[in-house]
Design a protein around this ligand. Sequence first.
Ligand code: SF4
Length: 478
Amino acid sequence: MTAPATTPAAPTVHPGGQQSGPFPGHPAAAARFIADVDRAHWHDQALWFVRVKRDRAAAQLPAWERLRDLAQAIKAHALSDLARYLEEFERNATAHGAVVHWARDAEEHNRIVHQLLAERGVTRVVKSKSMLTEECGLNPYLEARGLEVVDTDLGERIVQFRHEPPSHIVLPAIHIKKEEIGELFHDKLGTAAGASDPKYLTEAARGHLREKFLGAQAGLTGVNFAVADTGAVVVCTNEGNADMGTALPPLHIACMGLEKLVPRSEDLGVFLRLLARSATGQPVTTYATHFLGPKPGGELHIVLVDNGRSALSGRDPFRRALSCIRCGACMNTCPVFRRTGGYSYGTTVPGPIGSVLGPTQGPGAHATLPFASTLCGSCADVCPVRIDLHHQLLAWRKELVLGGFAPVGKTLALRLTAWVFASPWRFALAGRLARLALRLLPRGLMATLSGAWGKQRDLPPPPPESFRDLYRRTHGRP
Ligand code: SF4
């Protein structure tokens, strides 16, 4: 099975943007982002603002925790019988006039989409947000074959202008300041120099995109949910761009990962309540459009994509990551993501869920991601489908260290720690030596020996004795 494509390299490097060249691992990529202290700070603040909104929205719904339980159970059930539900979905979608295609991997997905467009002489396609098409590298694939692909979500259009992938799955341009967008739009859309008023810039983007919508021969969307018992696909947007992009041209292509399936239409009520509140703190997404068959005189093609998902579904404990509804809440709350930005992960889906999914695509290239976490568990606390993200990150660390994918220094340090912790007398001796070293060695040397960890931290003054010694002295032998 072909691994999903990683984020394509960007030809131009903008401030705060994705760096070109091979992915250097999370620590090095994060260091670049953090070097811009001001940007790292407001990125952190902006995402925390969204996290707080999410908390408020969740608190307004008394059934919130019950909904999370239900969502977890529905997803677990759907994934346990995925083949049957997929066939049921195909039958019902076909009965309503849609054409269902199956793609084993990213290459097959891209080929199918291109063929559908090429056979109909399409030269311009308008696209709403779809992380699946990012994962498959669809835009560069189509552009290399002469098609114009216009991302119509405002944030996505901004990063497309900058030749960058999204840095966040819900807020694709969250790493860019409004002043930088003003400069970009001045260059691309001819807005007034120095203008950075969001309303003015949004109006300009709306006018620009209106032209693109009117001249497109096909609309391409992602899929938030597909319903097995009806054959419908549901697409959620806040800007209405998926609706505009599919209402005008005759051809609609909807691309979805296999895991987007829910068994019954009643299940949607659970997920639609959870999705918008978890993603942005809104009570509901502005547009949640249900497509049941093509519009009169039009065509609806649904491309079902595996691209590693079946393999993941047979892999404990990581199979639960397939329940993800891509709300982005785990990113907004993660202290590492907030401070280091989406491009520090080198994957289409970043953050805690990306750090679980990344190594499934190739442990070597993504070995640093599961270590980019404090394991505080905040991601699991906010996840609307209760994915045990921090436990999965810990499980990955074990696999990576045992598989020889972790850096040699880290592997040796962990093995040494395990050896010390396995014996009471070795543990006591190590404590004595550490207290002695902290007393005798210069602070600068200790910071150097602590590696990256010691760069921004002061080691505490050493205690005169261990807790065990203290207890023995004050209480007698334990
Ligand atoms: S793992 Fe959970 S919190 Fe993170 S994006 Fe997926 S559904 Fe949302």
